[in-house]
Design a protein around this ligand. Sequence first.
Ligand code: DGT
Ligand code: CA
Ligand code: CA
Ligand code: ZN
Length: 586
Amino acid sequence: MTKNEIADVLGEIGVLMELKGENPFKVRAYQNGARVLEAIEEAELARLIADDELKSVKGIGEALVQKITELHETGRLEFFEKLKASIAPGLVELLEIPGLGPKKIKALHEKLGVASIAMLVAACTEGRVAELAGFGEKTQAKILEGIKNREAYGRRHLWWDAQEIVEPIVAGLRALPQVERAEAAGSLRRGLETVGDLDFIVAAKEVAPVVAWFIAQPGVKEVTAQGETKASVRFESGLQADLRIVPAAQFAFALHHFTGSKDHNVQMRQRALERGLSMSEWGLVPAAGEGTAKEKAEKGEGEKVENESGLFAALGLRFIPPELREGLGEIEAAEKGELPRLVEAGDLRGAFHNHTTESDGRNTLVEMTAAAAALGWEYLGIADHSKASVQARGLTEERLRAQIAEIHALNKSGRFTTHVFTGTECDILPDGRLDFDDALLAELDYTVVSVHNAFSQDEATMTARIIRAIEHPSATMLGHLTGRLLLRREAYQVNVGKIVDAAIANRVVIELNASPWRLDLDWRHWRVAVERGLVCAINPDAHETEGLTHVRAGVNAARKGWLTREHVLNTRSRAEVEAWFKGRGR
Ligand code: DGT
Ligand code: CA
Ligand code: CA
Ligand code: ZN
């Protein structure tokens, strides 16, 4: 196990022990241990274990040494398994409700006998939760709302989580001897930020073995439907998947149809009709004459196309990338040959908004830089939190100055090919002032300004607050504009149009936060914004080395927003970026 995975387990042990009401000192030992572990570099941890020196590390007591070693060596921990098994599953589920921590759950369990979400709903509805010490009406209402959101959101899944399931399945399908072609279609292929269900399209010579393989995949909890050419399953995470198997000649039509979107399909069908053709998952066949589209296709009366490019060409169109198929003008653009050349993951040369263990990150500056170098990045921006973000261990002026010096020394050492830019993710205070003074901000290469508190301000106040920050001469870019967390937390109230105007007027970049939970500013705003002159930065907001790969999700969203590489600051070279940072100063 990696150190971050081990830290996760220690953190979880802390939570479960708290839930059981164990000694707070013991609980804290695990929480601290997790933190200490994150600050140690991976190679150093391996050495400490090999040399039996873990016990000499401050903050790692005897009880943790053995557990960390067991996890590091075997990837498992018996103590943890037993602990998990000793707690009612209903209680663990309660942890997923926003605003409910282990302490509150323990109180609900002991005082009201609550042991499941259903029991908690009942207790809230009857007003019993509000009467408990430390709860009150407000908390009770918040819990109920959290449960309601959870149900509404529960039907969709993050694109990132879905694609992690999809990739091995597509690879596995393609490796089957009966399979000629296999793709994931639907909203996942269109790169939508959340996905309802998965849609697999397969061309195969023989159906039964493919279906048998599909329903036997790891993680499949239930087979919800099974027919001659299709199957549907539900995974443990609740995600459902449809598999459709078609003859090779039909593959491009089925892939296009089940990629959608519905609006795009409706417009495509309309276009086909204008040409005397009927378009469907079966094929593109003459609209006139006897029989259904399916029968005509099976008789070979329709267009023959090799792939989707052929399908679009048959209707006089250039190939439309799946991300653009939302029925928002892509067909007109394809007809005129005016589709944009969309930005690609390979165009990125670095990213700006990333954290280290100095604030709430889980990898050190050196580890983050090494990971960026491994990705072939020319530069990496470090933007740890500022002091007002206490919960994220935001840096004081003194610590930020020390970090700047550390980054300069690292750059000078020539240890990595990746250049590190000094930055900060500076809190926008409730009144719009920035959390650091002007002199310190001027010492940095760049400043990301973000809202992290006072989310309940009204729209006018929030908008004015953010615009004031954008107008600050040191503001380089605006982080996660709306503060939304997909499937978890709604955006705060803010006038996006006014913010975009202010950013353009002040040459401030707006970030497309590539964290799979954020993808904020939303792709639906970008096309108009860049037309008016806004510049985008695709930022992973990485809190660990693996987080850097989240830029893929950001690139998806950028593509959905019709962005080309010219619109994105981090496709530019280091010299061009430096010029941008300097040129903004007034
Ligand atoms: P999702 O799963 O809710 O994230 O969204 P999609 O787009 O993956 O939708 P899904 O799985 O219901 O269907 C996949 C595609 O199949 C959809 O984008 C378009 C096509 N499709 C499905 N049902 C219909 C329909 O009733 N009419 C049309 N025109 N297309 C449909
Ligand atoms: Ca779907
Ligand atoms: Ca579906
Ligand atoms: Zn932030």
